[in-house]
Write a protein that binds this ligand. Structure first.
Ligand code: NAI
Ligand code: CS2
Length: 487
C-alpha cells in the first residue's frame, strides 16, 4: 500500500478533511519542542485551523530533543500526518499540513536555536513531558544535578535541555535586536508558564545577568491548561487507518472528539487569533488547570495504578466495572471540594462528561501509559488536593488509596505476580523502599522530598492511612480492595 505524502494525498477519500491552503506559502511562526502525539493532535490542529482561515503565519517546525524517530517517520511523508478522532463506532480523520519540518536537537542544536531565533518565529511551544523541564516536581526548582542541565549550566554552545535551548535562542534574538518569542508550555504541569519562566530566568542568570533581566522584562510565558486524551499510537491503529483511507500513515495519531485549550492572554508579539479557533484566552488559567489536573488527571493516575495492579489494560475497562466507576466518583468527591471553579465551569456536568470520555472504548488508552512518570505527576494530581483537605481536617481515604496504589506500583509486580519496569525518572530511588514492610515502605517513599512536601511526609495520620491502604493492597489485591470499599 502507498504511503501518505504530497504525491499521494490527492488519493485520500473525500471523507478525510485536508488543508485548504498552499503548504508552500506557509511561514513558520511556531517552533515546537517535543513533537509528540499530543502536540500533533491538539495544538497543531489549532494552527491548522488558523492556516485554513487564510492566516499563513502559523506553520510549525517540530523538534525532538531526544531521538530521530519522529523525524524519520515524517520526512518520507513530506511531514504530512493524520489525526483521527474516535468515539464509539464513529471516527473522523483530518490531514494536517501545518508541520513544515522536524529537527533533531542532538544532531544539530545550532539549527534549532537558529530556527527559534528567526524573525518569523513568534511562538516557541513545548510538550516535553513533566520531566523535560528539569524541575523538582515538589518545589519547581531547577534540578542542577541533572547531567543535561549541568551541561547547559556549563555552556550553551550546544544546548541539550528545553530551558537551555530557549535561553540560547533568546540570547540570539536579543543580540539581533529582535523581541523575544512567546514561550508556551503545553505540559500537564501546575503553573506551567510560571515554572518554565523561572527555569529559563535561573539558567539565563547563570550565564548573563543582563540577558536574564531582558527576558524578565520583555519575555512572556503564559500559563495554559491543555486537554485532549491522545493515547500512544499502536500498530493496529496504523493498520486500521490504512485499511480505511487507502494510504499508510506511520505518523498518525488517534484521539477523542473533545479538545480544550485555555491560554493566559500574555504574549510578546504576534499570535494566532486563538479564540476564533476554539481556544479560550483568559486572565486566569489556574482555576481551569486545578480542575483538570485534579479531576481528569487525578482520576487517571488512580485508575492507572489500581487498574494496572489488577491487570486491567485500558481506562474504559476500569470504569466499566461498577466498583471502578464508584472509586472514580469518590475520588472526584474528595478533589472537587478543593477546587475554586472558574465562572463557566459546571463541575457536576464536567464530571459527567469526563466519565463519558473515560468510557470511550474506541481509544484503548492504556493504564500502563498513564502510569509512566508518576513521581512527576502525583504532586499536582493527588498530593495537592490531599494537602488542601488535610489542612481542613477533611478525610482523604480515596485519594490516599490512589497514592498507596502508586507506592504498591513501585514494587514492579502486579497482583498476578507479573513483573514490569517502572517507567519513571525516580524509579531507582523508589525501588529502594518499595518492597520493605508496609510502614517502612511508606515512610521511605514519603521521605522523597522531590515528590512529597514535608507537611505531608510528617503527617502521622496520613502515614498511618497509607500504611493501612498499602497493606490491604498487598494482602487482598487492588480489585478486591476497590470492590470492598466501592462495590
Ligand atoms: P509522546 O511520548 O508522544 O511525546 C513526548 C515528547 O516529549 C517527545 O517528543 C519526547 O522526545 C519528549 N520528551 C520526553 N522526555 C523528555 C525529556 N526528558 N526532555 C526533553 N524532551 C522529552 O507523549 P505525548 O502524548 O505527546 O505527551 C507529551 C506531554 O503532553 C505529556 O507529558 C503531558 O504533559 C502533555 N499532555 C499529553 C496528553 C495526552 O493525552 N497524551 C494530554 C494533555 C497533555
Ligand atoms: C494522562 C494524560 O498519561 C497521562 O498522564 O493522564 O496524558 C491525559 O491523557 C491528558 O492530560 C488528557 O488531557
Amino acid at each position: 500500500m502507498s504511503r501518505l505524502s504530497d504525491a499521494t494525498a490527492s488519493a485520500l477519500p473525500a471523507s478525510v478533511a485536508r488543508p485548504g491552503y498552499d503548504r508552500h506559502a506557509v511561514r513558520t511562526g511556531v517552533v515546537h519542542l517535543g513533537l509528540g502525539a499530543f502536540h500533533k493532535a491538539h495544538q497543531a490542529v489549532t494552527y491548522e485551523a488558523a492556516l485554513n482561515s487564510g492566516d499563513l503565519r502559523w506553520g510549525i517546525l517540530g523538534a525532538s530533543l531526544r531521538s530521530a524517530g519522529v523525524r524519520d517517520q515524517l520526512a518520507p511523508q513530506d511531514n504530512l500526518y493524520t489525526v483521527t478522532a474516535r468515539e464509539g463506532a464513529d471516527e473522523r480523520t483530518q490531514l494536517i499540513g501545518a508541520l513544515q519540518g522536524v529537527l533533531v536537537a542532538p544532531e544539530d542544536p545550532a539549527a534549532l536555536v537558529a530556527a527559534m531565533a528567526a524573525a518569523d518565529t513568534h511562538l516557541v511551544t513545548l510538550t516535553v513531558t513533566e520531566k523535560g523541564y528539569k524541575l523538582d516536581p515538589a518545589t519547581g526548582a531547577l534540578l542542577r544535578e541533572d547531567a543535561d542541565l549541568a551541561a547547559d549550566l556549563a555552556s550553551l554552545d550546544r544546548p541539550r535541555t528545553a530551558p537551555g535551548l530557549i535561553v540560547a535562542a533568546l540570547a540570539r534574538r536579543r543580540a539581533a535586536g529582535l523581541d523575544p518569542f512567546t514561550t508556551v508550555s503545553c505540559d500537564n504541569l501546575p503553573h506551567n508558564g510560571r515554572r518554565l519562566r523561572a527555569a529559563v530566568l535561573a539558567l539565563a542568570a547563570h550565564h548573563d545577568e543582563h540577558l536574564r533581566d531582558w527576558i524578565d522584562a520583555r519575555g512572556a510565558f503564559p500559563e495554559t491548561m491543555v486537554d485532549r486524551i491522545v493515547p500512544a499510537t499502536e500498530a493496529t491503529d496504523t493498520a486500521a487507518l490504512a485499511a480505511r483511507i487507502g494510504l499508510t500513515d506511520h505518523a498518525m495519531v488517534k484521539t477523542e472528539p473533545f479538545s480544550q485549550w485555555v491560554i493566559e492572554d500574555r504574549f510578546v508579539g504576534e499570535r494566532p487569533d486563538f479564540g476564533a479557533f476554539g481556544a479560550q484566552l483568559t486572565g486566569s488559567v489556574a482555576p481551569w488547570e486545578d480542575a483538570k489536573l485534579r479531576l481528569l488527571n487525578g482520576a487517571h493516575s488512580g485508575i492507572a495504578y489500581l487498574g494496572g495492579l489488577a491487570g486491567i489494560e485500558f481506562v474504559h475497562q476500569f470504569v466499566a466495572i461498577p466498583s471502578g466507576r464508584a472509586f472514580v466518583e469518590a475520588l472526584w468527591d474528595e478533589s472537587a471540594e478543593t477546587l475554586s471553579p472558574p465562572a463557566g465551569l459546571d463541575v457536576p456536568a464536567y464530571r459527567t462528561a469526563l466519565m463519558g470520555r473515560f468510557a470511550n472504548s474506541a481509544l484503548n488508552h492504556r493504564t500502563r501509559q498513564i502510569a509512566m512518570d508518576g513521581s512527576q505527576k502525583l504532586p499536582q494530581r493527588l498530593l495537592a488536593p490531599i494537602l488542601a483537605r488535610l489542612e481542613r481536617d477533611q478525610p482523604v481515604e480515596t485519594l490516599a488509596l490512589a497514592v498507596a496504589a502508586w507506592m504498591r506500583w513501585q514494587e514492579a509486580r502486579d497482583d498476578a505476580g507479573n513483573g514490569f519496569k517502572v517507567d519513571d525518572p525516580l524509579a531507582a530511588l523508589t525501588a529502594r523502599h518499595a518492597s520493605l514492610p508496609a510502614d517502612d515502605a511508606v515512610g521511605g517513599l514519603l521521605s522523597i522530598d522531590a515528590i512529597f512536601p514535608p507537611r505531608l511526609a510528617e503527617h502521622a495520620a496520613f502515614r498511618r492511612l497509607l500504611t493501612a491502604s498499602l497493606s490491604a493492597l498487598r494482602a487482598e489485591g487492588a480489585q478486591a480492595v476497590i470492590d470492598r470499599h466501592y462495590g
